[in-house]
Structure formats: structure tokens, C-alpha cells
Write a protein that binds this ligand. Structure first.
Ligand code: CP
Ligand code: NVA
Length: 313
């Protein structure tokens, strides 16, 4: 039996497959322009298939976009919080994976601990998709790159400036830098720097990642400025974080140092007045609403790839 196609971390995936997913997303989105949200794509690549979606943490975008995505692909979805499952009462994650493998065709899981997604995938005979963990958020970055390329063309050779926490979303940008050939400038307080293993791996894979604690140096000439909340789900050092990240706010003065055609992105939810000011969030360079919508389009292509369907070329 061929092993299931898991979508857990970008660094583990083939660059050609990732680029094929982005192409599929762009074409699939264009093909349904003007359609009602519930209309099924002509090729219905998930026809007859069911996706389970499990949430250990809160979600708006991931939750609604995966549910909309599986419907638009012609499949069905089942959503549950982990707390409502026996998982929440201590049933082993591997046993849960074995049971769900007999009932659904793929599983998307948002988990507190990255290791749990890995354990789930090892025990699962159907594809497993990472819907965010403490360590990464690969679906988000695929949507972000789709959005960037819609507005600024190929990301290859461009510069993305990441301003703020070096945790999960930043980690997936590090993973993506080698796969898509963009330069990543990361500005963060040293205490909240990215995982050193991620940085070392990016270097091995010819990723161009530069670290600084100066946001002005990071954004200079950048084609995209991107940030994330200063306090992620599960973080408890709220006060320390607000203090450490204060110099890392994305405001109009910082944006002015980037390339004139630079765009601003944020995975959302945003904490206006903290990591970003209203003038940037709602300003002419902001792509945040396209970025949120593109979660649906990018994830449809991830699902189609996981199911082994033919991607649009
Ligand atoms: N960006 C993102 O994953 O949003 P949610 O937490 O609302 O799913
Ligand atoms: N870094 C944030 C991303 C939310 C989509 C968090 O983990 O809470």
C-alpha cells in the first residue's frame, strides 16, 4: 500500500509538489470566479471523500476555510474539538488515528503539541494535515505565498521581512524560504528567536535567512512585510512579551523603509495597536483580507494533493 501523503511541514515536502499546489490554487480560484461559495468545482476531486477536522485550540480562519474547502471540492467534513472527543479524556492519539482512519479519508488537526500531529500521522493510514501547532503553520504560508504572487509575481528572488515572534508562523516561512527561493529577513527580540534546528535546516537546504534584532534593517528594500501576534495561543508570559516586542510594531514609518511596491500581510487574528497599527492593517499596502480568503483556495490544493487527485496545470 502506498503511504498516505501527509502535509505536516513544508521542509519535508518536495518543492515541485508545493509549487504545483500553488499553481492549482491559482487556477482553481480563477475557474470559480463569480460562483456561489457552495458550488462544487467542475472536477470535484474530493467526491465521495470525508475530511475530519480536529481542534485543540481556537480557530476562525482555519475552521471555516477547511470546511468550505472540502465542500467546494465535492467532499464532506466532520468537525470536532479535541475536548469533545475521548482524546480530551486521555485516549491515546495513536488509537484515535487508527479509528478515524477507518471512518474518514483525511484528517486536519490543530494541536497544542507538534509531536502529537507527528504521532497521529505515524499511526494514520489516511493523510494528515497540520492546521497549526506550537511549531509550525504550513497551510498559512501556502495561502500567504499565493496572495503575494497574485499581487507581486513570483516570490523567487524576492525579500520577505518577518517582524516579531520567531515561533510557529515564522518557522513555516523559514521552511518555505528554501523551497520557494525567497530571502527571509527576520527581526525579533533575541529571547523569542526562531528554533535553531529550523535555521540550520534552512541553511542546509540553501535557504537564505538573515536574523537581526533591528526591524528597520530587516524591512529595508523588502517586497513584503509580515508580522503575527505577540502573544500566541498557549503563551503565558503576556506582560514580558508586550514589553519585549514593543520596538517591533509595524507602523507607517517602518513600512516606508520597505520597497515602494511592498505589501503587508498578517495571518490574523491581529491585535491592532500592538504588532500592527490600523493605518497599516487598513492601508493600501495591506493584503490581509485576500490572504484570509486564500486560505480556502490554498487548502483545496493541499487536499487535492493529499487525495492524489490530478492538480490543475
Ligand atoms: N490564521 C489562522 O490560522 O487563523 P485562525 O486561528 O482563526 O484559524
Ligand atoms: N502565532 C499565532 C498564530 C495564530 C494563527 C498562534 O499560534 O496563536
Amino acid at each position: 500500500m502506498t503511504p498516505p501523503r501527509h502535509f505536516i511541514d513544508l521542509w519535508k515536502l518536495d518543492a515541485a509538489d508545493l509549487k504545483a499546489m500553488l499553481t492549482d490554487a491559482r487556477l482553481r480560484k480563477a475557474a470559480r470566479k463569480g460562483w456561489g461559495q457552495a458550488k462544487v468545482d467542475a472536477d470535484a476531486p474530493a467526491d465521495g471523500r470525508t475530511l475530519a477536522m480536529i481542534y485543540e485550540k481556537n480557530s476562525t480562519r482555519t475552521r471555516f476555510s477547511f470546511d468550505a474547502a472540502i465542500r467546494q471540492l465535492g467532499g464532506a467534513g466532520i468537525i470536532s474539538t479535541a475536548a469533545d472527543m475521548q482524546l480530551g479524556r486521555g485516549e491515546p492519539i495513536q488509537d484515535t488515528a487508527k479509528v478515524l482512519s477507518r471512518m474518514v479519508d483525511a484528517v486536519m488537526i490543530r494541536a497544542n503539541k507538534h509531536e502529537d500531529v507527528e504521532l497521529f500521522a505515524q499511526a494514520s493510514s489516511v493523510p494528515v494535515i497540520n492546521g497549526l501547532t506550537d511549531r509550525s503553520h504550513p497551510c498559512q504560508i501556502l495561502a500567504d505565498l499565493l496572495t503575494f504572487e497574485e499581487h507581486r509575481g513570483s516570490v523567487e528572488g524576492k525579500t520577505i521581512a518577518w517582524i516579531g515572534d520567531g515561533n510557529n508562523v515564522c518557522a513555516s516561512f523559514i521552511h518555505a524560504s528554501a523551497k520557494f527561493g525567497f530571502k527571509l529577513n527576520i527581526a525579533c527580540p533575541p529571547v523569542y528567536h526562531p528554533d535553531l534546528v529550523d535555521l540550520a535546516r534552512a541553511a542546509e537546504q540553501q535557504g537564505r535567512v538573515e536574523m537581526t534584532d533591528d526591524p528597520r534593517a530587516a524591512v529595508e528594500g523588502a517586497d513584503c512585510v509580515i508580522t503575527d501576534t505577540w502573544v500566541s495561543m498557549g503563551d503565558t508570559d503576556h506582560e514580558e512579551r508586550l514589553e519585549a516586542f514593543e520596538p517591533f510594531q509595524v507602523d507607517e514609518r517602518l513600512m516606508a523603509l520597505a520597497d515602494k511596491a511592498a505589501v503587508f500581510m498578517h495571518c490574523l487574528p491581529a491585535h491592532r495597536g500592538e504588532e500592527v497599527v490600523d493605518e497599516v492593517m487598513d492601508g493600501p499596502q495591506s493584503l490581509v483580507w485576500d490572504e484570509a480568503e486564500n486560505r480556502i483556495h490554498a487548502q483545496k490544493s493541499v487536499l487535492a494533493w493529499c487525495f492524489g487527485a490530478e492538480l490543475m496545470k
